[in-house]
Design a protein around this ligand. Structure first.
Ligand SMILES: [Zn+2]
Length: 406
């Protein structure tokens, strides 16, 4: 469409279609680049020949969002240069790496609509040979819906709308963000709970005091080398086990169990800080791992504590922003050692009527019930029980199980 002072809105004559967009309109201000492209914008009115201007909103928003996944791989944004290739709208090598999209997430209502359009576009692009695939997204994961505190869908008429801004103001963005993850399985959603967010806030306060090393020192003196070694081994085990849990959960979108794993880890660290492990390399490994595992879920506090540990000195805030450590958010994800993450094993000694019948490897923290089940299921033990009734299973002293039959 063309806007003329004298004639009003005038359509581009059919024989002049299509209007080809200029290739040198470079987005720079965040606004539509065509608005600032003088030779595109100015045109003579098809009716009176006078000065007129073109409509610069050339595409409907659905048109754009239907293929923005492809636009992300265009070299426009990479090099700030006009696209030099005339045959494809994006760099084929980049496209081969990134496309189709591995994982699509969104609310079910929005995603259903958007997927309809983007799938249609992709099939059309495939038909004309621009992409070699017919589906734009390989995997879909719909997030659940956060309900009002009354368990009903939030709506103004019901007066149960919880505005996150208020809570961000009160507890900080990280508390609200982590709380929304903690509320339940990501695909289930759930009702907003005012006590729940308090719990997350207290967790973050405890993280702060665990990481803050300005105060207490560990109780290193008077501890034997063997005890200290055992404490370090225990700390490293829970560190690596937590890295393993969080790494697995993040791939599976289990954000709620990530937060629980971090809470458990932090509770452990609160106690460990008062022992001889505080100040050891294992302690540093634990704290750095805690912050790195927190970074995707609680990005601000993780970055702040990371900078305090690895950046400039506290109180040097404005300068630290520029001279401090590399951001935690560009730091590699921590890796775990599967051997270290394994539980300590003990040998259960199983007797039947007081006679040693089997030795079974089991995790050191095995519950009494699980130990009894394990002992009763052993074929070597079964052989001695046969069809005699089990009168008693005595689990005493942590490692010895005596099964009384007959
Ligand atoms: Zn005119």
């Amino acid at each position: 469409m063309i806007y003329c002072e004298a004639c009003g809105v005038v359509p581009v004559p059919y024989e002049d279609l299509p209007v080809v967009l200029p290739i040198d309109a470079i987005p720079s201000t965040g606004e539509n680049a065509l608005k600032f492209h003088e030779s595109f914008r100015h045109v003579n009115c098809p009716k009176c020949g006078g000065d007129a201007r073109r409509e610069t909103d050339t595409l409907d928003t659905f048109m754009c969002s239907s293929w923005y996944n492809y636009a992300y791989v265009t070299p426009y944004w990479k090099a700030g240069q006009p696209l030099s290739r005339a045959d494809t709208p994006w760099d084929p090598a980049e496209g081969a790496y990134w496309l189709p999209v591995d994982q699509y997430t969104g609310g079910p209502e929005h995603a259903t609509m958007h997927l309809l359009y983007t799938r249609f576009f992709t099939k059309a692009l495939c038909d004309i040979g621009v992409v070699p695939f017919r589906e734009p997204m390989l995997r879909l994961f719909n997030q659940g819906i956060i309900l009002g505190p009354d368990g009903q869908r939030m709506s103004k008429s019901k007066g149960n709308v919880v505005a996150p801004d208020e809570w961000v103001e009160k507890y900080g963005a990280d508390s609200v963000r982590a709380y929304l993850m903690f509320i339940g399985p990501w695909d289930a959603g759930g009702p907003w709970n005012f006590q729940g967010i308090e719990g997350v806030k207290r967790f973050l306060e405890r993280v702060w005091s665990v990481v803050d090393d300005s105060g207490s020192r560990g109780q290193g003196s008077g501890v034997s080398d063997a005890d200290r070694a055992a404490q370090v081994r225990d700390l490293r085990r829970i560190t690596h086990r937590t890295i393993q849990r969080v790494s697995e959960d993040i791939e599976a979108f289990k954000f709620n169990t990530i937060i629980s794993a971090l809470m458990e880890f932090n509770n452990y660290l609160v106690k460990a800080k008062e022992t001889a492990v505080h100040g050891t390399p294992a302690w540093d490994e634990a704290i750095d791992s805690l912050l790195l595992l927190m970074a995707p879920e609680m990005p601000h506090i993780a970055e702040e504590l990371w900078q305090r540990r690895h950046g400039g000195s506290v109180g040097d805030r404005p300068q630290r922003r520029f001279t401090g450590a590399r951001s935690i958010h560009v730091h590699p994800w921590p890796t775990f050692d599967a051997e270290l993450a394994k539980a300590d094993m003990i040998t259960l000694v199983v007797q039947v009527n007081g006679k040693l019948r089997d030795r079974i490897e089991a995790p050191a923290d095995i519950s009494e019930e699980a130990a009894r089940e394990l002992a009763l299921a052993s074929p070597a033990v079964q052989k001695w029980i046969e069809d005699k009734p089990v009168r008693k299973v005595i689990f005493a002293g942590g490692k010895l199980i005596n099964i009384v039959v007959g």
